[in-house]
Design a protein around this ligand. Structure first.
Ligand code: FES
Ligand code: FES
Length: 153
């Protein structure tokens, strides 16, 4: 079918109505009693960027809130929005294991039909990489020391 028919309804919906779009500030962190983490990542292939905001409970390492800003395409916005949602309620270490394939699966309308055309899978890699970046900031470790998770693009 036509290219636009290769996007799931869930992707189309989140492109236009992301649930977790926006910034978090130090005052939000204070209100929620957590630590603010801000991470930036860019996609080498297209030059687009994303900024992820987390508020993390430092006693439990649980992510209480996650939002993002993006200069990426619609697919990047939908993927990052879903990724942010998947972070909430997980510990930082659990979130660090989320793969771009899991994000893509969560965006499918039907189990066996891809959520985005293959040439747009790389846009979801940025959502995965920015989690790694946020984890390295929170853990205060070099990003290269974090275990690689399988990505598909
Ligand atoms: Fe750049 Fe999708 S994020 S083309
Ligand atoms: Fe760019 Fe896969 S990361 S095509």
């Amino acid at each position: 079918g036509e290219l636009w028919e290769q996007y799931s309804q869930r992707v189309a919906d989140r492109m236009n109505n992301p649930r977790n779009f926006g910034e978090l500030t130090e005052s939000d962190a204070q209100k929620l009693g957590g630590r603010l983490v801000i991470a930036d990542e860019g996609a080498e292939s297209c030059g687009d960027t994303v900024r992820l905001f987390w508020i993390v409970d430092e006693k439990t390492n649980i992510i209480k809130k996650a939002t993002f800003k993006s200069f990426g395409c619609g697919t990047a916005i939908a993927a990052t929005d879903m990724m942010a949602e998947m972070c909430i309620g997980r510990t930082v270490d659990e979130a660090a294991k989320i793969t771009n394939l899991e994000v893509e699966h969560a965006l499918r309308d039907q189990e066996d039909v891809a959520a985005v055309p293959p040439q747009k899978m790389h846009c979801s890699v940025m959502a995965y990489e920015v989690i790694k970046r946020a984890t390295s900031i929170y853990r205060n470790v070099d990003i290269s020391t974090l275990a690689e998770t399988d990505i598909v693009c």
